[in-house]
Design a protein around this ligand. Structure first.
Ligand code: SF4
Length: 502
């Protein structure tokens, strides 16, 4: 447990986020005064005078203690600057004691590409943007360049969206079994099988209702994503019912991408793939996470690398336009060489997309032993894996097209979608950039409403668990009505509809 001692300011969230770069999900307790005898703490103190703001930071951990202090002249001491200086200072102290420099520096937040895009829109050159990240937040040059590369390709996708565009997400929160590292709400089929028929019935009603809202608002559906969980846990018949309902409830004429996540290769059958394809999906995800069978067993994936290859081959045979494969860097006990081998196998298959995730830690207990050394070491190994992956992917013709960061990933590292040119996963870009409204149906999802004129965003949450979703379905519909009201209000304020007609 680490104490976060906050004095004279309220930048708690940002300071805590910087601690998490180094200590992951370890418990952090925020206090105003350090407890007596505390040996594991970060003190962040701010003192304002009319002339200047003084910052004092002190970190004590693993039997070591370091501090630093600095002043900001009053005219430069905006909240943003104080927060940044505390974050950078804390990063320096952790780096010194733990002798490690995570490559994203003190930069926190899920969407760093958005910052790069904003700076570009403000007129900064590539060099100035790189300096911004490297100088102000101690981001490594490699990561700053990765942001710029990703930004270029993301922006090309974002430009294809207009004010009337929206996307649809369909959540299927069931999996054949539960993987050990899973951080999603997903029920293993053994436990939840009996819920599936009622779940599918409710889902069909919600899809229909959402389709009516979209029609009334005059919105245009651009991308559809069926995710989970593992949607292919359902039978071919159930998948067909869901996808047919999408087809009848929405105008599909402008849809540019329709993804179904097969996720776990052990759920892939020819019948399901053919059904998915004949119901209109053109993109599918088959995810090995690693091609090392020992590691697959260790993480409870309950499938082999061979099943992944067979599933992949079937998907190719059925003729999907685009196949994505996910891998995870930093899986427990996986070596850099083993990860490298996974990348070699995948690039030789030539899926259109390869998404490289970094392991996100959900159980603090597993990683906080020995003063968090396991977390730090995992971060170092994962960083090496990502360093290996990028050049490999690039020389095989893949480039980064979307990037996001998550809480508690090893080394605070990123997740990056790589694709062959022209095969960028559009939904991924839209959801991450918050480009347009994404209606979400099913348990576990949240509808993200975007006012295209003011960039105002509002989220409406569905129930988390399938049983709540089934039982509280009327509430779900009333929340959806609020979504319609939000978008209607936005267009009324503008005096125009989403197609620009007065
Ligand atoms: S397949 Fe994905 S969602 Fe399902 S249990 Fe494994 S990690 Fe969780």
């Amino acid at each position: 447990m680490m104490e976060l001692v906050i004095k004279g300011h309220d930048f708690i969230y940002e300071t805590e986020s910087v601690c998490r770069i180094f200590i992951g999900p370890e418990k952090i307790v925020t206090v105003k005064e350090k407890s007596e005898n505390s040996e594991r703490y970060l003190l962040a103190e701010v003192e304002k005078t009319p002339q200047e703001t003084k910052i004092y930071l002190e970190l004590s951990m693993n039997g070591k203690k370091e501090n630093l202090s600095g002043e900001i002249r009053a005219e430069e001491a905006s909240d943003e600057e104080c927060e940044r200086r505390i974050g950078v200072g804390a990063y320096r102290l952790f780096s010194k004691i733990l002798e490690t420099t995570p490559p994203w520096g003190a930069l926190t937040g899920i969407r760093p590409v958005k910052i790069a895009r904003k700076l570009k829109e403000e007129g900064l050159s590539d060099g100035e943007i790189i300096s911004f990240f490297c100088d102000k937040y101690l981001v490594s040059e490699k990561k700053a360049k990765l942001l710029l590369e990703t930004e270029r390709r993301e922006t090309a996708i974002i430009k294809q969206s207009t004010k009337e565009s929206f996307s649809l997400y369909i959540g299927i929160p069931f999996c054949p079994t539960r993987c050990k590292y899973c951080s999603f709400v997903s029920h293993s089929i053994e436990r939840a099988k009996k819920l599936i028929p009622d779940y599918v019935d409710a889902l069909l009603r919600e899809i229909k209702y959402t389709g009516e809202i979209a029609k009334r608002l005059g919105l245009r559906l651009e991308t559809v994503y069926v995710g989970g969980g593992t949607p292919t846990t359902l039978s071919a018949k159930e998948l067909e019912r869901i996808m047919r309902e999408v087809d009848t409830s929405f105008d599909m004429s402008a849809v540019k991408e329709f993804t179904v996540e097969a996720g776990r290769p052990d759920t892939v059958t020819l019948e399901k793939l053919e059904t998915i394809k004949s119901c209109g999906a053109d993109r599918i995800s088959i995810n090995p996470q690693t091609m090392n069978d020992k590691i697959l067993e260790l993480i409870g994936r309950k499938h082999t690398s061979r099943q992944m290859l067979e599933g992949y081959e079937l998907a190719r045979k059925v003729g999907f336009r685009s196949i994505n494969t996910d891998v995870i860097a930093g899986l427990p006990e996986e070596s850099v060489e083993s990860f490298e081998n996974t990348m070699d196998v995948l690039t030789s298959l030539r899926p259109e997309n390869i998404t490289v995730h970094t392991l996100s830690i959900k159980r603090s207990a597993d990683f906080s032993e020995n003063g968090g050394e396991l977390f730090l070491n995992g971060g170092r190994i994962a960083a090496k894996m990502l360093d290996v992956a990028k050049p490999k992917l690039e020389s095989a013709g893949y480039g980064p097209y979307y990037l996001y960061r998550q809480k508690n990933t090893l080394g605070s590292l990123e997740n990056v979608g790589f694709s062959l040119d022209g095969y960028e996963g559009m939904y991924n870009v839209y959801i991450m950039d918050e480009t347009h409204t994404v209606f979400s149906v099913g348990a576990g999802g949240s509808t993200k409403l975007k006012d295209p004129w003011s960039d105002r965003i509002e989220r409406i949450f569905n129930y988390k668990f399938p049983y709540e979703y089934i039982e509280g379905f009327d509430e779900i519909l009333s929340r959806k009505r609020k979504a319609e009201e939000f978008l209607n209000e936005a267009s009324k304020q503008r005096g125009t509809d989403f197609r620009g007609k007065l």
